[in-house]
Design a protein around this ligand. Structure first.
Ligand code: HEM
Length: 116
């Protein structure tokens, strides 16, 4: 069980890496949302929800932190959804939408690592 949990944590980190990595590449190039960002978010979300249940651990989970991370993830999802749709329709993406997704993703990773 413990090994399986570690594998799910690894998948969660891959999702984070894909979402944030794709965003960093875009930040230094054409500032648009890409399919990779959405895929990374979905992977991080599915693995994160699986990790939010207390299995394969001998300590208490911090549910306040997990709740905050979930709310932030839902905001990231909404921004990616709205931005991708507008991008498709108008061909442009508002800078506020683009930067918010990167900053909120970074904030969620920071919360995960710093808030114990
Ligand atoms: C874009 C959104 C997210 C990002 C960038 C993110 C990032 C991270 C990172 C970097 C870690 C590793 C931290 C460490 O091991 O010290 C982590 C762990 C974790 N995340 Fe997330 N996360 C996100 C969303 C979520 C969501 C929505 C949930 C569940 C509600 C969640 C639940 C967890 C749990 C339970 C762990 C600890 C795993 C363990 O050690 O057993 N994450 N997250």
């Amino acid at each position: 069980m413990e090994i399986l949990r570690h594998v799910v944590v690894l998948v969660h980190l891959v999702g984070f890496a894909v979402l944030f990595g794709a965003w960093v590449v875009a930040a230094f190039g054409e500032r648009r949302f890409t399919r990779l960002m959405t895929w990374g978010m979905v992977i991080a979300a599915v693995a994160g929800l699986a990790l939010a249940a207390p299995w394969g651990i001998s300590y208490e989970l911090n549910y306040v932190k997990l709740g905050v991370k979930l709310v932030i993830l839902l905001v990231i999802g909404a921004l990616l959804g709205i931005g991708t749709a507008r991008q498709r329709k108008t061909g442009t993406l508002a800078p506020a939408l683009f930067w918010s997704v990167g900053i909120l993703t970074f904030v969620n990773a920071a919360l995960a690592v710093i808030w114990r």
